[in-house]
Design a protein around this ligand. Structure first.
Ligand code: HEM
Length: 134
């Protein structure tokens, strides 16, 4: 059966934002090193430009995520589905906090640790989302 118009809008916004938030982190990670040969300021400029796309995408993910949840009947869902949803919400919060502290860190170790937290938690959120979609 085809998705209804509203369902298509909800899932398109959710998946498009996931592709920006998660895929963008991989693209940025790949561009930062080579961009240093253009200018020492280039990595910072790229990161700032990505932030202007990524944070709105994160906000859309959270809003459409709760919209997704509202379309399910809580009592009708399995214990496993509910557990995955709760883990997913924790992981999404970890991704946001990781990205926030990554952007504010100045020490190399802190930048690497928070960047890894953001990246790993974002991929985990994506996998858990696929599991929830069934
Ligand atoms: C970093 C943030 C997030 C990412 C990367 C993400 C990613 C995804 C992906 C890839 C899907 C599968 C879509 C499909 O195959 O149709 C999905 C589905 C889902 N997500 Fe998220 N998501 C995020 C945030 C959230 C939040 C905050 C919630 C809940 C509050 C949420 C709840 C759901 C639900 C319930 C589904 C199943 C939708 C359905 O089948 O109708 N997501 N998510």
């Amino acid at each position: 059966m085809l998705a209804s118009g509203l369902e298509a809008l909800r899932l398109t916004l959710h998946v498009l934002s996931a592709s920006i938030w998660v895929g963008g982190q991989f693209v940025l990670a790949g561009l930062v090193g080579p961009s240093r040969s253009l200018s020492p300021e280039a990595p910072r400029a790229l990161a700032r430009a990505f932030g202007r796309l990524a944070w709105p995408a994160y906000a859309v993910l959270v809003v459409t995520g709760f919209w997704n949840v509202s379309t399910f009947h809580w009592a009708g869902q399995s214990f496993a589905w509910k557990a995955v949803l709760i883990v997913k919400i924790v992981v999404v919060a970890a991704a946001g906090l990781g990205a926030f502290f990554h952007g504010r860190a100045t020490a190399r170790t802190a930048i690497a640790v928070w960047g890894s937290v953001a990246g790993l938690a974002s991929v985990a959120a994506l996998v858990l989302g696929v599991l929830l979609a069934g």
